[in-house]
Design a binder for this molecule. Structure first.
Ligand code: ZN
Length: 255
């Protein structure tokens, strides 16, 4: 029987949550790290985690860089502090410079950095791992994570340059990949370069991926695709790969 952990899923965004969780459980998903993106999703996930037992749901509390809104930041940050005891991690947080308007808007980047700084501080204070979204902002994320002194940082869905990846690995941090490792050149380059001992697998549910040419909307059971595609990419035995991936996830999140 397979037992696998989806280390990054937005399960509150699933249309058929009960169905997706029971399909995940039947497929062998033992645990899900449910990441939040704003106050509303944190509230939903706290409720969901107490409702479902299989798979086991671990909540990560945070505000996504794409959802940073200074007018509600205090409320969100207060919620995080008030629920810190149930959090398995801080996130999803980080920086996103993917869009041109963000790269041009210094004020927007400042807001993202202020929010990320708060998350890093909380992770450090409570010795929690932090889940970082770093799209287009890989070097800045690494610099801030290192400067903060956090011990456990995960660069989720890492598809950035190899030189920054070297810095991530040197700092003792982790990277993760989803089903796109089957076909995305950026994901494949990064996952070829990173040692298996520093890789976690995820889905980023409900992101849409491709199976060959056919698009599909992901749910947590698709973490099996991430695992098998990674094993194939690295030319490793599937079971050995899975054993190491589970060890990594359990050590990183202490679950
Ligand atoms: Zn995500």
């Amino acid at each position: 029987m397979t037992a696998i952990i989806d280390t990054h899923a937005h399960i509150d965004e699933l249309e058929d949550l009960s169905g997706a969780l029971s399909r995940a459980s039947s497929a062998g998903v033992s645990d899900i790290v449910a990441v939040s993106v704003d106050l509303a999703s944190m509230e939903k996930l706290v409720a969901i985690a107490s409702q479902y037992t299989a798979p086991k749901i671990h909540v990560a509390l945070g505000v996504h860089p794409g959802k940073v809104d200074p007018s509600v930041a205090k409320q969100a940050f207060d919620f995080m502090r008030a629920h810190i005891k149930i959090a398995c991690a801080i996130g999803e947080t980080g920086l996103d410079y993917w869009y041109k308007w963000v790269r041009k808007d210094e004020e927007q980047r400042r807001k993202q950095k202020d929010s990320f700084e708060f998350h890093l501080g909380l992770a450090k204070e409570f010795d929690l791992p932090i889940v970082i979204h770093s799209r287009g902002a890989w070097a800045d994320c690494l610099e801030m994570a290192k400067a903060s002194g956090v011990k456990r940082a995960l660069f989720h869905w890492y598809s950035g340059p190899v030189d920054v990846l070297d810095g991530v690995l040197e700092a003792g941090f982790y990277v993760s990949t989803g089903p796109s490792v089957a076909y995305s050149p950026e994901s494949r380059r990064a996952m070829t370069h990173a040692p298996l001992e520093r890789i976690l697998v995820e889905t980023d549910t409900p992101v849409t991926y491709r199976d060959g040419e056919i698009p599909f909307k992901s749910e947590p059971r698709d973490v099996i695709r991430s695992w098998k595609a990674l094993a194939e990419l690295k030319n490793l035995d599937e079971q050995t790969t899975l054993g190491q991936l589970n060890k990594n996830a359990k050590e990183f999140f202490r679950i």
